[in-house]
Design a protein around this ligand. Structure first.
Ligand SMILES: [Zn+2]
Ligand SMILES: [Zn+2]
Length: 298
């Protein structure tokens, strides 16, 4: 059985409800500039080989980075692997363009914590109509009046590699961009850097909105401000992350697509890595403590 460290300290004064959303210029200009560069330069220098480069780098960063490195390993510690592989996964996850490891773990933990309370701010549960939520999540930030205390894990604070990746998260695109430019010129950079970052950020938000608003439910977490939903037909393009109802029910499970019709490429890669001896101790729902508030819907 796995003991999950409690990084968020819920004090009586902290509130996940009171707060204001404001424009975040860095986030907003980052996504907008990536999108515009992709549309303009990607059109002028279009080639099918640039699209292929986009598909290869996107699949690698979303599956190996965002889903496995950041989400299932760094955040939920749902399997064991060598330090170098965790670092590689975290670096690939940073290339997705949503932020470095400190940003990702904090953003994720704050949402998880807020969504399990009886009520939380609409920003933290994707509770607004889709256009407003798009503006909030892609261009804005929530400032809570009384945020909870937060303790970053030692594996981040005591690892110089992780601290460097965090402080240079945006410029981590540059070495990859230079390699892509060398191979395929501006078209490769426009598609496999700008287009990929733009679509990854947009897709992450879009799947997040649907996964908290509509879709199939098999489990309910009683008393939670919002439930997760499973989004059908998105397993492949989300690396298995779209089975979000399962994830709300069993957050520390390394397997997110729990049924045979729930495609989970992240899990396929993990099981292949397990056969190669690269990962071990893959956590499954049965390995987790029973949650009293978790209810199966027949
Ligand atoms: Zn959620
Ligand atoms: Zn999670």
């Amino acid at each position: 059985m796995r003991i999950i460290e409690n990084r968020i300290q819920n004090s009586p004064n902290s509130s996940c409800f009171d707060g204001t959303v404001s424009w975040n210029p860095v986030k907003s200009l980052w996504w907008t500039s990536m999108t515009l560069t992709w549309v303009i330069v990607g059109y002028l220098y279009f080639s099918w080989s640039a699209v292929l480069a986009f598909l290869i780098v996107t699949a690698t960063t979303i599956i190996g980075g965002h889903s496995l490195g950041m989400h299932r390993k760094l955040i939920h510690d749902s399997f064991d692997c060598p330090k170098w592989l965790e670092r590689l996964g975290t670096w690939l996850g940073t290339l997705v363009g949503l932020g470095g490891p400190f940003t990702m773990i904090y953003t994720h933990d704050l949402r998880d914590w807020a969504q399990r309370q009886e009520k939380c701010h609409a920003y933290l549960r994707h509770g607004s109509p889709i256009l407003k939520d798009f503006w909030w999540q892609i261009h804005g930030q929530l400032k809570l009046e009384s945020p909870p205390d937060y303790q970053f894990p030692d594996k981040l604070t005591k690892d110089p590699f992780m601290r460097v990746i965090q402080s240079t998260a945006f410029v981590q695109q540059i070495p990859l961009a230079l390699i892509l430019f060398y191979i395929g010129g501006l078209g490769f950079v426009a598609w496999a850097i700008c287009g990929r970052v733009s679509l990854s950020i947009f897709g992450h938000w879009l799947v997040g909105w649907f996964a908290h608003n509509t879709g199939h439910q098999e489990w309910v977490v009683d008393g939670a401000a919002v439930q997760g939903h499973n989004i059908r037909f998105c397993g492949i393009i989300t690396a298995g992350e779209c089975w979000h109802n399962n994830h709300h029910a069993f957050p520390e499970s390394a397997k997110i697509g729990l049924h045979s019709d729930q495609a989970d490429p992240g899990w396929w890669v993990l099981t292949a890595f397990e056969k190669l001896g690269l990962v071990s101790n893959l956590v499954l729902p049965n390995d987790l403590p029973i949650r009293n508030k978790l209810r199966h819907i027949p």
